[in-house]
Design a protein around this ligand. Structure first.
Ligand code: HEC
Length: 479
């Protein structure tokens, strides 16, 4: 600010130049001078905490997207590459993963504060609704991001999630196919989830954050629920600003500590045939997961559609239902106890889900084994090189190599040395040989097999010199 203002507080020439063209300085002033009824409080830090977390997700997400390739061939390998090879890759991936979970926690605190303090009252209906949309979009981010690593955990959890969607009457099957890009989950599913995760939903989030902040500034801070004297209002800067920054600092420290001391594991790649795999969603989806267990068969519609729609509609329409001007939680017993009921049920469902898993020996054993598999996989070194990762995008073979492959077959090399020269019991591997032997050495060996090769039944190559060169070119292309 200093270069924009003079010591006496008036604008410098640079400041005036910028202000006249953009108005950004007076906007900035009005933001930091925003008066908060009743003064700054720690209870108000959650909104800016969320902004901080969303920014963190954006930055770490861009870093991950530099390496990630969304296809069944490369998704898992690129994530393994990020986790095991890239400098700080595991740390950044872990911050992104823990950050997403932390958003759920802080979002909940923000929502609880707004709801319990009645901060949605006083012409703030659209502000609340934009928040509800943000809530849904965040859950969408969590759901679409979970699949991307394409490990066992991701695949089977998302299979369950999309199957549940398929149970919705009328539109369900269509939705499920739309999301999966077909009946099965594969590359199309990955690319759809990826596009949703990095383009569609983030755009929605950016737009709704803008709307949310715009409406918030229009309505002004709600202040504490109890009536406060007008004179107790204080500006946002410096105390509320310091609290917000302090909270963001705490969140950052927690994220760094978690990512450093408990890096997020990556499991083995998807193996669709592992029928024994028991899928489990992220912890914050567990209550929903448990809830769905109770609604199998013909009653599924009630559990999957009717009750969630009613609960959600109540939640979305809170400011239209709870219309009184009273904001104190103790005077709004119905609202407060409903809130406590919903939170209590969610906790109970989550707890029951854990208990079900623990009480069934088979399930708990399998889950423990799955975790062990993940730890094992994490201990193994990264195998493929990054060029292998992109090998699926290889150019089609040239005519020369195709001709060489033809000779490899017609001269019967393939019978002893195997398809692609990988080697069989009868003869050794030829792939990779070209890096050890020169063209002259190779043609000598093929024209005049040594005694050992003869003993193995290898005939001398009788074709033309041109064919021999074509054949060797083919051998050189084998890695
Ligand atoms: C009947 C089986 C058989 C056939 C057919 C055959 N090979 Fe072989 N080849 C062998 C055996 C066995 C050896 C290894 C002998 C040893 O060193 O133990 C060998 C070795 C070689 C080697 C040397 C490998 C090394 O590591 O030094 C080359 C090169 C080779 N074969 C090329 C060919 C080509 C090209 C053809 C087709 C024109 C062919 N072979 C057909 C059995 C066969």
């Amino acid at each position: 600010m200093t270069s924009f203002t003079k010591p006496d507080g008036t604008l410098s020439s640079l400041g005036r130049w910028l202000e006249q063209r953009t108005g950004v300085l007076s906007f900035f002033r009005s933001v930091i001078d925003e008066s908060i009824p009743g003064g700054p409080r720690w209870a108000y830090v959650f909104g800016s905490g969320l902004l901080f977390l969303v920014a963190t997700q954006f930055i770490t997400g861009v870093a991950l997207a530099l390496y990630y390739v969304p296809s069944t061939n490369s998704a898992h390998t690129t994530v393994a590459y990020i986790t095991k090879q890239v400098w700080s890759g595991s740390f950044i991936r872990s911050v992104h993963s823990y950050g997403s979970q932390m958003i759920v926690v802080v979002l909940f605190l923000h929502l609880a504060q707004t709801f319990l303090f009645g901060a949605f009252k006083g012409r703030r209906e659209i502000l609340w609704l934009s928040g509800v949309c943000l809530f849904l979009l965040m859950l969408g981010m969590a759901f679409t991001g979970y699949l991307l690593p394409w490990d066992q955990r991701a695949y089977f959890a998302t299979a369950v999630g999309t199957n549940v969607m398929g149970e919705v009457p009328v539109v369900g099957v269509f939705l499920k196919r739309l999301l999966r890009g077909g009946d099965e989950m594969g590359t199309l599913t990955l690319s759809r989830f990826y596009v949703l995760h990095i383009i569609v939903i983030p755009f929605g989030i950016a737009a709704f954050i803008a709307l949310h902040l715009f409406l918030f500034r229009k309505a002004g801070p709600a202040g504490p629920p109890e009536p406060v004297p007008r004179l107790s209002a204080r500006p946002f800067y410096p105390r509320q600003f310091a609290m917000d920054a302090g909270f963001a600092g705490i969140l950052m420290l927690i994220l760094i500590a978690l990512a450093h001391f408990a890096p997020v594991p990556l499991g083995p790649e998807v193996d669709r045939s592992s029928a024994a795999y028991i899928p489990r969603p992220e912890w914050y989806f567990l209550p929903l997961f448990q809830w769905l267990k109770y609604w199998a068969g013909s009653r599924a519609i009630i559990g999957i559609v009717v009750i969630p729609t009613i609960v959600f509609a109540l939640f979305a329409l809170v400011p239209f239902v709870d219309r009184g001007s009273e904001r104190r939680p103790r005077r709004r017993l119905l609202s407060t106890s409903l809130f406590a009921c919903v939170i209590g049920s969610l906790c109970l469902l989550g707890f029951l889900s854990r208990r079900d898993d623990r009480s069934d020996r088979n399930v708990s054993g399998q889950l423990a084994w799955q975790n062990e598999e993940e730890r094992n996989y994490m201990r193994q070194p990264f195998e493929p090189t990054f060029t292998d990762v992109l090998a699926s995008a290889k150019e089609p073979p040239s005519p020369l190599l195709l001709a060489g492959q033809g000779i490899f077959h017609t001269s019967q090399c393939v019978f002893c040395h195997g398809e692609g020269g990988v080697g069989t019991k009868a003869a050794p591997r030829l792939a990779g040989l070209a890096s050890k032997l020169s063209v002259e050495q190779l043609s000598a060996l093929i024209r005049h097999p040594n005694p050992k090769m003869k003993a193995g039944g290898m005939p001398a190559f009788a074709g033309s010199d041109e064919d021999l060169h074509t054949l060797i070119a083919y051998l050189q292309s084998l890695q």
